[in-house]
Design a protein around this ligand. Sequence first.
Ligand SMILES: [Zn+2]
Length: 430
Amino acid sequence: MGGSFLLFSYLLSVFASLPSFTVVKADSDLTRPSFTPINRDLYHSSDDLIEQIKSLVHRHPDKLTVETIKAGNKGYTSEITVVTYCQSRKETDDKSKFRILLSFGQHGRELITSELALRILSILSEEQFLPKMDRASLNGTLENVVIKVVPMENLNGRKLVEAGNLCERRNGRGVDLNRNWSVDWGKKEKDYDPYEENPGIAPFSEPETQIMRKIAISFDPHIWVNVHSGMEALFMPYDHKNRTPDGLPSQRMRLLLEELNNVHCHKRCMIGSGGGSVGYLAHGTATDYMHDVVRVPMSFTFEIYGDNTATLKDCFKMFNPVDHTTFKRVLNDWSAAFFTIFKLGPHQIDVHSKAAVSSMDKWVSIDEYFDGYLMGRRNRYGKKMEVLEVGMQEIRTYFRLFLLSSVLLLFMFCSRISKTGRQIVSAIPI
Ligand SMILES: [Zn+2]
């Protein structure tokens, strides 16, 4: 609505300001707007896309389940739809399965990524097929995996884009959801642009990031992929340093990315650490958190499409294919890439090694477990969300005080025992 009004005013003002031009000249200028609008023939609206996904799940209750998680604070609320694929629904929580977590649409303007999520889910449900896919071997592969798909992480930001703000990447209150995580949070580079990279008032200040963290910690995936657009690249950690991590897991990540680049990206994709390859360091990103804190053995950020010929303000064209052929090509190439991951991933990592890493090596702070716990309660009692959010800080403080007093009591108790002990010991020799 707003868009058509703007266009009307624009036409009116151009018409009024060009009285000396011939009609033909004015026409030729008017047919070329300065930016490309969303191609509604190719792209779903956010509501329609979520609706399509929900009805897809409805048609395949044996393999797919869907949940909507809501959270909010300070009068701002958000919701995230999560679809879980498992060949046998009863085994969704089976921790001996290989677990993959994929997120799409973290940045509002990158519409193509959510279309890819729908395509992947359609193939998983066997309503659509990959051109060269051997269904029998694929079914064998998928037998031992659980895949969680977040098709549209940033619904509120996406709504702003659909309302005409085509360059918006942040959430519904101006925070970049890929700068709101706790690893190296809030550090600003010299070329920091608040319009693009506002990290929020604190790590995990945003409900969307809180929900994603909760999903990641409870699901504890072996593979994480954060799907974006703007260029063609396959990134691994780190985003906040210009190097990749050391050791064997890092080499495994790189090998998988090289395979994907050769087979599906026609060797066009940039490979390496996000920070080292993209030309700037990014602080507080999801992928660095998944790698450093959740200890996901393979943590990636994929950039699936970019048009560097688009002008600066022509964001729809810069981040999304605008013609049918390219649209189809991007969805085909990248859905095939994801099915290669589903196939190769479980061979790269021993499922049980992750369990060992989780129990011995992984460290998630009390706050993080606590937030996860509260989030769970919030989902169950949706209406109490605000109250719980306000109460969260106090509960945390009480919990810390409780821990501190327990330690003090224990200390006093121990020192009393040792005094008693000393008396007994000193009594013996005499
Ligand atoms: Zn992005």
